[in-house]
Design a protein around this ligand. Sequence first.
Ligand SMILES: *Cc1c(COP(=O)(O)O)cnc(C)c1O
Length: 385
Amino acid sequence: MKKESLNIETRLVHGSKGGDVHTGAISFPIYQSATFKHPAVNESTGYDYSRVQNPTREELENTIAALEGGTAGFAFSTGMAAIATVFHLFSSGDHIIVSDDLYGGTYRLFEEICKKNGMEFSYIDTRNIENVYQSVKSNTRGIFIETPSNPMMKVTDIEAFSKFAKTNNIVFIVDNTFLTPYFQRPLALGADIVLHSGTKYLGGHNDTLAGFVVVKEEKMKEKIELLHKTIGAVLAPFDCWLILRGIKTLGIRMEKQQENAIKIANWLRGKEQVEKVYYVGLQDHEGYAVSQKQATGFGAMISFVVKKAALAEKILKNVKVISFAESLGGVESLITYPITQTHASIPEEIRKGLGIDEGLLRLSVGIEDVNDLINDLEQAIKGEE
Ligand SMILES: *Cc1c(COP(=O)(O)O)cnc(C)c1O
């Protein structure tokens, strides 16, 4: 039976090769070796040096490539390493159009590093494609989006953007961290490059940093291959194995996390202390229809606004089951305060415009019992002053 004909739940569990063909080991081996012996001059086992390729990393890269429907995957030491490497595709004088709401570290990369190297950026609200038509220039070479975006959960129409990018010869890049290939496959909708922080849902256990790039076209594959091995921010064999193990349970984790998130989003909406709930899976979320068209799920990220800044601080101090910690996507529920944590590097003026203020909290819903999570939020909202 062809692997491609299997359903995603099965492919997640079975990886690319799956186990070890030599020993029958069900778990793919960790090849903890920096270098590989050559049989003779001009001969190779297929592996030379682990920065270039390592068998454990290759298994992980082939797994993520297949899940995203790409032809090649690349594993990086972190999500930021993946994004930074991809931006070496561009040169001084290139203009890039970017979602105005995005991960703070990505924003910092563009503002502090890429700009210094001569690239120009336009930050736009990508919910409306008209904004792209208005901001495109003769030197626009790339479009970079997150959908849903972080932390405001704005949804971008991937297919519409792909069409525009294709006609204008622009590289279209999608950060798919929030939904993962389990729920959304941007390459099938026309994107050129998919990026991930593998630290989040793919790893899934808040224990390993990782990043991914997946591409579909041969030319792009060659370009990324060169950057990956040359810049060298590759993922170590043991970490590759941890992410491979994480991916096996991605399906059941995403389902459970989403189920919990829907219940929590609805519960939060009924609380008088909560002013607004941003969750893509709520039917009155303005991106609901586009989400339904392009994704098979809504994920498990919720942002919500409480009426008083003091209440936000109280919740962060009083949660007991949920941890007040950065990051997202793991089995443990985490709550963050974007204004001082993930989005601290975004200037106040821009942050305010987006709605990232003292009342905004971002919740990554885990796999715990949903009533325990709701009770925890309830007691944190009540809490002692
Ligand atoms: C966390 C995150 C990143 C950065 O990934 P790291 O693994 O922390 O380097 C990039 N994009 C999004 C959407 C993220 O959530």
